[in-house]
Design a protein around this ligand. Structure first.
Ligand code: COA
Length: 324
């Protein structure tokens, strides 16, 4: 019987960091409005790199810093809603670039829940006993999907990537319980990247709405309702309480969402790890960027139990109890 052992986290973000004040030169907004409503002060935005460039950097760091060779990787999964192309997958570009010639590779599209979903998928592959090592990455160039004239969305998002290296283990289990769900009846709450019908036989041209559109209030209400329930669900499944959990690492969307979630769970805000002030909302990349930062700052020790919880487009949500 095999389980998944997480052996490392890494991240990569583009160098170009843009402050709220800089954005207020583009659209009618202010540092005060953005910070008080979201907790975000700045975000990293790509000037030339694509999602695959971020993900390749993360994959290389995972291999180098954990002394694993590319040929020993069996699975590469990239969670992204901003792939370089619709085909090939970003994961295939990573696989080719790092020389992981024995790996299968594919992307998954689960928006801000993507990294947790991807970890869960990799976990099932590793549990099968047929595969040994997996690279799981969340990577986004959300700046490509943003309408830079829309102050309601352009202030919220950032670019970047983070990931984890997992290995099949007979004596250690990093993934203790999970809750992955979707509610496609509310898909219109967040949409982006609509592909129009343009063939010569279409009856009428569809209105193009390529850029990300979001009903902020609906998303706020959805997140504050589902995340506490989902966290309680994984605690119940593992038969533990929040006292046994060192940190909750939420999708880094909005500090006000996290404040409501903390209140509903009856825990101090200190239990939550937040870095959205620096990176904004990086969708599938936000949780692994936070985990890599925590790991680098020695906040995570072997045996610590933490909760990761993502929520967003789909609508989807996903929580996981992780043992470091
Ligand atoms: N700067 C200044 N004013 C802004 C603004 C900005 N960047 N964006 C919107 N506004 C204005 C609106 O135009 C509106 O003005 P009006 O009252 O004159 O019409 C006013 O601020 C209130 O807008 P509203 O959208 O109702 O604000 P809000 O209090 O709901 O806050 C969000 C907006 C997006 C911060 C909030 O809804 C939210 O956090 N939602 C969750 C979003 C999220 O995290 N999504 C990702 C999940 S994966």
């Amino acid at each position: 019987m095999f389980n998944s052992k997480i052996i490392g986290f890494e991240s990569y973000v583009p160098q170009n960091s843009i402050t709220n004040d800089e954005l207020s030169k583009l659209v009618d907004t202010s540092d005060e409005w953005i910070y008080t409503r979201t907790g975000i002060s700045k975000r990293c935005l790509s000037t030339k790199e694509n999602t695959s460039d971020f993900a390749i950097n993360v994959a290389k760091k995972l291999l180098e810093n954990n002394n694993v060779s590319a040929e020993d990787i069996d699975i590469i999964i990239v969670a992204t809603i901003t792939p370089d192309y619709l085909t090939p997958s970003t994961a295939c570009i990573v696989q080719g670039n790092i020389g992981a010639k024995n790996a299968l590779a594919f992307d998954i599209n689960v928006a801000c829940s993507g990294f947790v979903y991807a970890l869960s998928v990799a976990d099932k592959f590793l549990k099968s006993g047929l595969y040994k090592n997996a690279i799981v990455i969340g990577a986004e160039t959300l700046s490509k999907l943003i309408d830079w004239k829309d102050r309601g969305t352009c202030v919220l998002f950032g670019d970047g990537s983070g990931g984890a290296l997992l290995t099949a283990s007979k004596d250690y289990n990093s993934i203790l319980s999970e809750d992955l769900k979707a509610d496609g009846t509310s898909f219109k709450a967040i949409t982006g990247g609509k592909i129009p019908n343009v063939n010569p036989f279409t009856e009428e041209k569809e209105e193009e709405d390529f850029y990300l559109q979001m009903n902020g209030r609906d998303v706020f209400n959805f997140a504050t309702k589902t995340v506490p329930k989902s966290v309680n669900e994984i605690l119940k499944k593992a038969n533990i309480t929040l006292d046994d959990v060192k940190y909750i690492v939420p999708h880094q969307a909005n500090s006000r969402i996290v404040e409501v979630v903390a209140k509903k769970l009856g825990v101090s805000l200190d239990k939550f790890y937040l870095n959205l002030q620096t990176y904004g909302n990086t969708s599938a990349a936000s949780i692994p960027i936070a985990l890599a930062e925590m790991s680098k700052n020695k906040l995570l020790q072997k045996g610590d139990k933490i909760i990761i919880t993502g929520f967003g487009g789909g609508l989807t949500w996903a929580s996981m109890l992780v043992q470091i």
